[in-house]
Design a protein around this ligand. Sequence first.
Ligand SMILES: Cc1ncc(C[n+]2csc(CCOP(=O)(O)OP(=O)(O)O)c2C)c(N)n1
Ligand SMILES: [Mg+2]
Length: 418
Amino acid sequence: MAKNQNQFSDGNSQNQLYVPQPTARPDGFNDFSHLHIPDVEQSDRPAIDCSPHDMRDLAYGLIRVLDDDGKAKGNWNCGVEPQILLQGLKDMLLTRMFDERMQTMHRVGKISFYMKCTGEEAISVAHTAAINFEDMVFPSYRNQGILLARGYNLVDMMCQCLSNARDNCKGRQLPIMYSWKKGNFFSISGNLATQFSQAVGWAMAEAQQGGNRLATTFVGDGSTAELDFHSALNFAATYSPPVILNITNNQWAISSNQVIAGGEKTTFAARGIGFGLPSLRVDGNDFLAVYAATKWAAERARAGLGATLIEYFTYRVAPHSTSDDPSAYRPKNEEDLWPLGDPIERLKTHLINLNEWSEDQHNILIEKIKIKLKKSYKEAESYGTLKTGDRPDVTTMFEDVYEDMPLNLRRQRQEMGL
Ligand SMILES: Cc1ncc(C[n+]2csc(CCOP(=O)(O)OP(=O)(O)O)c2C)c(N)n1
Ligand SMILES: [Mg+2]
């Protein structure tokens, strides 16, 4: 390899350390023209029992259904009923507006932290539409769209972020680290990628017990560098449990570009090939493509054919969290140049083309969601905010982990005089 600006050495040895760099830094310009975006009609749709070896190209291409004019085309166009698409549009819009509302609540000091998923709404929402409510989700922290698409109570979601008296996590979790048992949504873990092995283990148990539910789990591009990700793939390939392993490649892991997690020389979907897993790379901003790929993986899992790895190619439009400032590490407005567009706008255009939707209906929906969010927030705030209201009782911090409290915890509680 020729020496270039990414290579570092102490000057005395032959060896050089290569450190990949993002395409552009804040003082530069990135229009993503280096990306290869294949035509919508280019990807084959294999049978669900296709051997992973015979479908390797799908890990390097990009499954797309919606073209630039909002028309559905190609082998992955599975003719989804308009009702499902309309519900998807509503859920994506609710997700985006929920995020905006909560971000504002952070700015005025009502919550301590927030994470938006702007630009990534189709991944959570279309995926949820393509599986069953009974299927078990092991999420990342950027999958609030799954909760909203499954109909989780808005007030409960807000109370978790407010860490108030109605917070079902009793103030023990960071805001946005939701948990919804009845919604088959496993508690979000702050330790990146642990959910991958948990999902595979859960799916192995489900298979062993002869159940027909599947597990689905999400990690980010950066989190694929964690060992849990690789051990999960190994177990998933070995035991063929009913699990969908999803990677959201939104190009960034806080300030580290996806090249630092190994995305420069291959795709994240291609990680599956070495393990013998069927692997798909999908346009994450295309609701219909996410839906079709998920359906394919779910059918495969339910037919007893095992796990599928899916990479969703997208862009993290918002900062990593309310603690982050992307202007320190990426060009301003890079998100506007993302070549795969905005998932909400793309589905909206498609539905307008089908005469199933209109600009007027869209604007009315926005107003309705605004009112619903305002009303829900008012109610949530009545249970307290970061600065006001009741907190869960301090004694509760010893509860809920063990059925019978072990001696060490009982002693600690006594030390507190309780
Ligand atoms: C094991 C572990 N290492 C590091 C962190 C700190 N951390 C939290 S989020 C994050 C970035 C993850 O990026 P990515 O996986 O791409 O997901 P995204 O935020 O883009 O959705 C890091 C490094 C953590 N929470 N857990
Ligand atoms: Mg990321």
